[in-house]
Design a protein around this ligand. Structure first.
Ligand SMILES: Cc1cc2nc3c(=O)[nH]c(=O)nc-3n(C[C@H](O)[C@H](O)[C@H](O)COP(=O)(O)OP(=O)(O)OC[C@H]3O[C@@H](n4cnc5c(N)ncnc54)[C@H](O)[C@@H]3O)c2cc1C
Length: 337
């Protein structure tokens, strides 16, 4: 590995929000590089990153941002091939020491093809990285975790790595983040050499937002004991669908059977970092807040003006959630509040 290796990360943002798996890839990229890593380069797949997303990347230590052609650039059945052609052109110009990608269908489709076409070493499902001397050893589990193998790339062979889902922490803000968000650099026109098509995508089904895992949802509408009953949780479901998000709950609400255990946010539940967290009838105990990892916006509705949840809320609404939620839902449906 070069003394100052370049590290690229393939980041996907299919619904305008960076996927958790891509954030894990950014976290893994830190582990791949020396303690004071050179700045990261992101190759972005999705609609062009907006200012807020570029700011998010800046805070995570990303200095360069290359955009692959957006989903509208080709019929969906051809989009991966078009992205691969763009990625290949970019990659060929600089041959980064590492290209890291998350555990997603898109990355799993692109990464091995890029590695074969460009003569890089491909290591899938990496769960652990260890620095030994100047080199790196990558561990990946096999046979559902019953076996593991440790891989080292030969000499200065560049690596294309997919990281196992959940194996690496989400990245914290970088100590050496740049002052300005990285500018958007669209991928250059692909080289004329066509990318061999290895298959045709016939159909892709997508989980509706309200059925998403709460760790993957951009909008999370959560309820606590203050919602009063299981029936009232239907209001949260309705709002979540209208906002394109899903429902979560506090420990008491889960213990009362108002929501499933997979919806629990907190110390003993899931750790989430949505764009918007709507907390309804949740006091904001430390054990609950332990599950909130820097949500971008937190809107709290609570009858108690002293509720601890208000201390970290972006917007504090003192009021009865059982009155406010139906009014909000009516407004979103266009009927007026
Ligand atoms: C070891 C340990 C681990 C724990 N782990 C977790 C965890 O992972 N996740 C978790 O959530 N908790 C956890 N807890 C429990 C935690 O301490 C709290 O008891 C719990 O989070 C409180 O849930 P709540 O906010 O729904 O209920 P409460 O604390 O009872 O709060 C209800 C809130 O609703 C408000 N309210 C009432 N009526 C209305 C209304 N009509 N409209 C609006 N607001 C209203 C009230 O003012 C109040 O603030 C843990 C506790 C322990 C000891």
């Amino acid at each position: 590995v070069d003394a100052t290796p370049e590290c690229w990360v393939l980041v996907e943002a299919p619904r305008g929000r960076i996927l958790r798996q891509s954030l894990e890839a950014l976290g893994a990229a830190r582990a791949l590089l020396p303690p004071a890593p050179p700045s990261l380069t992101v190759v972005w797949a999705g609609e062009p990153a907006d200012r807020a997303q570029r700011e998010q990347l800046r805070a995570l230590g990303v200095a360069r941002l290359h955009g692959l052609p957006g989903p509208g650039a080709a019929p969906s059945s051809r989009w991966e091939d078009v992205c691969l052609a763009g990625l290949r052109t970019l990659y060929r110009n600089r041959r980064p020491a590492w290209l890291v990608a998350g555990d997603t269908p898109f990355s799993r489709a692109l990464a091995p093809r890029l590695a074969v076409l460009e003569g890089a070493g491909y290591v899938p499902r990496v769960s652990y990285v260890r620095r030994v001397g100047n080199g790196l050893q990558l561990t990946r589990p096999l046979v559902q975790g019953r076996l593991a193998e440790i891989v080292r790339l030969a000499g200065d062979c560049p690596g294309v790595v997919c990281v196992a889902s959940g194996a690496f922490p989400l990245p914290r803000p970088a100590a050496r983040a740049g002052a300005e968000p990285p500018s958007w650099e669209p991928a250059p026109a692909p080289d004329p050499a066509p990318v061999p098509a290895c298959g045709e995508l016939l159909h892709r089904s997508e989980t509706p937002a309200h059925a998403l895992d709460i760790e993957d949802a951009g909008v999370v509408v959560a309820g606590g004991k203050g919602m009063g009953s299981r029936e009232n949780f239907a209001l949260l479901e309705e709002l979540a669908v209208l906002l394109g998000g899903c429902v979560a709950a506090s420990r008491i609400a889960v213990d009362l059977g108002w929501a499933g255990r997979d919806r629990l946010v907190g110390q003993t539940g899931r750790k989430i970092s949505p764009e918007l967290y709507v907390a309804c009838g949740i006091s904001g105990a430390p054990q609950h807040r332990a599950g909130l990892r820097d949500p971008r916006y937190l809107l709290a509705i609570n009858t108690d003006p002293e509720a601890p949840i208000f201390r970290t809320a972006t917007w504090a609404v003192v009021g009865d959630a059982l009155e406010l939620l139906p009014a909000w839902i009516r407004q979103l449906k266009g009927a007026g509040a």
